[in-house]
Write a protein that binds this ligand. Structure first.
Ligand code: SF4
Length: 391
């Protein structure tokens, strides 16, 4: 599959570039109230360890806003403040964070938004316009009757035009809904009328498994059509899982090449080792590896090595243990109690040895999949909504 990424304006959130062909970044959000600085920082560190590239923290009240400097001081990736209802929290947060997310549907009259724009401009940080199907402005709800993709896209375009009218363009946009079709259509409509970078996501997608499926379908469709510059997979689960699923979606489309790709056989009557437990353990214990490596866990040696030819390294079960192989070639036999630790040590060594390849890979990630002369320029603004694609 060839993916031509949408040609978007680039913005900078801390050290992370979003849009303009930059690698599609993966972000997540913390769960504890920020006033609990210890718990928030602990979760941020887990997210950073999992490879999360941008972290958003909800700022529901003044106590949360006051905790932001302490949190920011103890993290390495950019911090985004998530603000609803009270624009004064955005003014406070803008002095500390790398980006402010604001929902125009619930922030109130324009003068409040104008104050927020002044604050983010003064601090040189971008804004995310986070449009949400659950909090559309009253006039749009009256016009459409209920939240629709067209209403979401129109809400976003109205907000973008209002900001452009006062000269503010340092922004990214999201048009999320919990219904996959609605979110996908809204992003499609917006993307064909504006070239601001898009934060894509299916909001309130569901539990770890249902939410991952919904997100993979919705975000997968958008990404395959070149839409999306940064993403969050919203799950009712540990946010580390959101990061894992986000990268899996990007890796499946070959848009990012970070970390371990675990290949596990489905098992059958020939299985000699606990493939399911081992594959799950591998994903957990090797989450810190950044070098792209295919690691396979196969149930038996009968077909194992052959089936694992695509893997850089792997194990195949056998009587009393198994074998370790690299690039489809037998390396040595390993006793069952040492199988897991041996594989992990070998993967870590391999990743270490490929440190140079890893940096080359980062450069590869930094290149747009396909941009430039072959990429058709999209109109910056076109107030006529295009017809949705026939899907
Ligand atoms: Fe069955 Fe062995 Fe293939 Fe796994 S690797 S599916 S156990 S034949």
């Amino acid at each position: 599959m060839h993916i031509t990424r949408r040609n978007t304006k680039a913005i900078q959130v801390g050290a992370v570039k979003i849009g303009g062909g930059a690698p599609i970044s993966v972000q997540s959000m913390t769960i504890p109230h920020p006033q609990d600085v210890k718990a928030t920082v602990a979760q941020i560190q887990e997210l950073e360890e999992a490879g999360c590239e941008l972290i958003r923290v909800a700022v529901p009240d003044r106590e949360a806003a006051e905790a932001l400097p302490k949190i920011k001081a103890r993290m390495t990736v950019p911090l985004i403040a998530d603000i609803h209802f009270d624009h004064r929290l955005a003014l406070q947060a803008a002095a500390v964070v790398d980006c402010v997310r604001i929902n125009p549907g619930n922030i109130g009259p324009w003068w409040k938004m104008a104050e927020v724009i002044r604050a983010v401009t003064d601090h040189g940080i971008p804004l995310r316009l986070g449009i949400n199907g659950g909090s559309l402005e009253r006039p749009l709800l009256e016009k459409y009757g209920y939240p629709t993709a067209e209403a979401l896209a129109e809400s976003a375009l109205n907000a973008v035009h209002a900001l452009e009218d006062v000269g503010f363009t340092n922004l990214k946009v999201s048009v999320k809904a919990s219904e996959v079709h609605m979110a996908v259509d809204a992003y499609w409509l917006f993307a064909h009328q504006s070239n601001y970078p898009l934060h894509i996501g299916i909001t309130e997608a569901g539990t770890a498994s249902t939410g991952a499926v919904k997100s993979a379908i919705g975000l997968g469709w958008l990404l395959a059509h070149g839409i999306g510059d940064t993403l969050r997979v919203s799950l009712a689960a540990d946010p580390v899982e959101e990061v894992r699923v986000g990268f899996e979606i990007l890796k499946s489309l070959e848009l990012r090449h970070r970390g371990i790709n675990v290949i596990a056989c489905p098992t059958c009557g020939r299985v000699e080792i606990d493939v399911v437990r081992m594959a799950n353990e591998l994903e957990k214990r090797l989450g810190h590896i950044k070098t792209p490596l295919n690691v396979s866990v196969l149930g038996c040696v009968v077909n194992g090595i052959g089936e694992g030819k695509e893997a850089d390294i792997g194990i195949a079960g056998g009587q009393g243990g198994g074998i370790l192989f690299k690039k489809g070639k037998l390396v040595r036999k390993v006793r069952s109690e040492e199988l897991m630790d041996t594989l992990i040590e070998e993967v870590e060594r391999m990743a270490e040895e490929q440190g140079e390849a890893d940096s080359r890979q980062e450069n590869r990630d930094a290149l747009p999949t396909s941009l430039g002369t072959s990429s058709p320029a999209l109109p910056t603004v076109n107030r006529d909504l295009p017809v949705l694609p026939n899907r």
